[in-house]
Design a protein around this ligand. Structure first.
Ligand SMILES: [Zn+2]
Length: 310
């Protein structure tokens, strides 16, 4: 199913060393590589002289020191956060303390939907529950500094509070974890939601920025076309899941085994949650039914005739 997307796995940043990746944008990668973070979280410095830092990254003293070193002699006036995963926002308090900058984000970490009875907050370990922005941004809000203007673009799905930021002067978009060149995005309930994620992709598909700078991996080039391929990929994934249900598969482990061929064992849990995200969406749309709210242990049935208006 992944053959419709051409992933760009290239990456040439080295932890601790800033590099200009677009005019007026420097990138520094944290040394936190892994199956979900790829080569590590990429923090961005926007502008020169009086600058903003976007996604300060994990609470890693070496990375924080490298970031502060990169802006030595400059003033950091703003800190922007795309979302509250532990690889993106926990460096904020130390960077704020060192710079006095004001922190902008959509809001604290929150779930995409209420917890079902008996459901645990299984993703708390990956979330920065302590984060609070100084300024909460709504969709379309503009924040300007010296030589740069950023527009907040709400893009829920990976997390409920995810923001992308359009850099107006440079015609590029800081995409956070919503759109990345190296991989698809994890959409895991209850923090994330597939219906939100798809709507956020459709929203970006209507934009024109050709270049995206993501939270992990290399820049995304020809971004509008790439966003279309991500939409098609998820539609294909949904079709595969519906097809498997039609063939009698009824639970998530069976569907994952059939749909995710050659899956990295470390990503099995993520694949199960991603399948749950699709199932939540198709149940809400009346294509599939299950007993009670969709759950990871649930049994699912394809409906012969979709329930209208479900
Ligand atoms: Zn994330």
């Amino acid at each position: 199913m992944a053959d419709d997307i051409v992933f760009d796995k290239s990456f040439d940043l080295v932890p601790g060393t800033p590099k200009e990746v677009a005019p007026g944008v420097r990138a520094i990668v944290a040394n936190n590589p892994g199956p979900f973070t790829y080569k590590g979280t990429v923090s961005y410095i926007v502008g020169h002289g009086k600058v903003a830092i976007l996604d300060p990254g994990p609470n890693d003293d070496a990375h924080i020191a490298a970031l502060l070193d990169a802006v030595r002699g400059e003033t950091v006036s703003h800190i922007f956060v795309t979302h509250t995963h532990r690889d993106h926002s926990p460096a904020v308090p130390k960077v704020k303390a060192a710079t006095g900058a004001t922190v902008y984000a959509q809001g604290p970490h929150r779930l995409a939907r209420p917890l079902h009875t008996g459901e645990t907050r299984r993703l708390d370990a990956s979330a920065d529950m302590d984060f609070r922005p100084d300024v909460a941004l709504a969709d379309g809000e503009i924040v300007s500094g010296e030589g740069w203007t950023l527009e907040a673009v709400t893009t829920p799905g990976h997390t409920a509070n995810h923001l992308a930021f359009a850099f107006k002067e440079r015609d590029l978009l800081f995409a956070g974890d919503h759109v990345m060149a190296w991989s698809t995005t994890i959409v895991a309930p209850p923090d994330g939601a597939m219906s939100d994620y798809m709507a956020s992709l459709q929203k970006l598909a209507r934009r024109r920025e050709p270049l995206y700078l993501p939270g992990h991996g290399a820049p995304v080039r020809h971004a509008p076309r790439y966003v279309q391929s991500l939409i098609r990929h998820r539609q294909g994934r949904e079709a595969s899941i519906l097809h498997r249900l039609g063939k009698g598969a009824a639970d998530i482990p069976t569907i994952v085994k059939a749909v995710y061929i050659g899956l990295d064992a470390r990503l099995a849990g993520a694949a199960a949650l991603s399948t749950l995200a699709h199932l939540e969406d198709v149940v809400a749309r009346g294509l599939v039914e299950t007993d009670g709210p969709p759950s990871i242990e649930g049994t699912y049935r394809l409906l012969e005739r979709p329930r209208a208006g479900a």
